[in-house]
Design a protein around this ligand. Sequence first.
Ligand code: NAD
Ligand code: MG
Length: 297
Amino acid sequence: MTDQYTFRNPVTAYEKVSPPKQHQEEPGLDSELTPLADLGEDTYRGTGRLEGRKAIVTGADSGIGAATAIAFAREGADVVLSYLPEEEKDAARIAGIIEAAGRKAIRVPADLKDKKACRDLVDKALSELGGIDILVNNAGKQVAQKDFADITDEQFDHTYKTNVYAMFWLTKAALPHLPAGSTIINSTSIQAYAPSATLVDYASTKAAINNFTKGLAAQLAPQGIRVNAVAPGPIWTPLQASDGQPTEELPEFGHATPLGRAGQPAELAPAYVFLASAESSYVVGETLNVNGGITSP
Ligand code: NAD
Ligand code: MG
């Protein structure tokens, strides 16, 4: 059976998707993407790299977060899945895959723009898993606007609350409970360095996440807590089909990368597993770019 270790050409490892024009209301569902994305359901093979670990993954119902949650479970971790209430259908499917791997999947639907919801998420992880040693701040909001004047105050506020404030609140709530050896992984983006003209608000949150990661990493390293980030390039997920890209640009999504295609969420999961696992013990404050070859600093 093919899995992430199968020797293959990365250009053709996945079909070059040319998603037809489509539109979903935010936050969008994986189950309604055309074509469907690969979350590693049939391909991710665990090798015990996270045996006994306890993880919170935000945005774990779909896309990169779901692929990460599946991989964590197959590597031996129990997982708390955070997502929005309207994403229950996607979340239930991912929880089923985690349970089939013999691990706990605790579903916690809540809007993380709310400080209390962030604290409650951490409390729930502590009570259900008996601790936390991996925090993946991955939930994100991205709404493209061609005209700067169309970025409403509300959009700006919600993008910063989801992408930056929730990361701050979750980190603050989790930190007192994280033992030495724990890892925090934040989802940033190629947008942190190379902002699209249509993503001024979103891209600037990703620059903030990158910087936050490096500063916090320096502060927490002496306590034995490692903080790192993953910077995806163009990855086929519901974020992109729910106004993350201008609809008419979807068919070309990811084609300009050196690999010539968009990435699949399943191709991101190994980066999160590496940073979560003790095998990356000397990797601190790093941003791991997984972007099909786009030049990054
Ligand atoms: P996705 O839509 O599958 O995941 C984003 C998730 O964020 C949603 O599933 C939702 O559960 C969560 N979310 C959004 N608003 C929330 C809120 N207010 N409260 C709680 N949860 C909320 O898309 P994805 O592409 O897998 O996104 C995951 C991360 O990867 C995001 O941080 C995104 O910025 C980042 N990223 C994605 C790409 C890409 O091309 N897809 C590129 C670079 C970075
Ligand atoms: Mg989702």
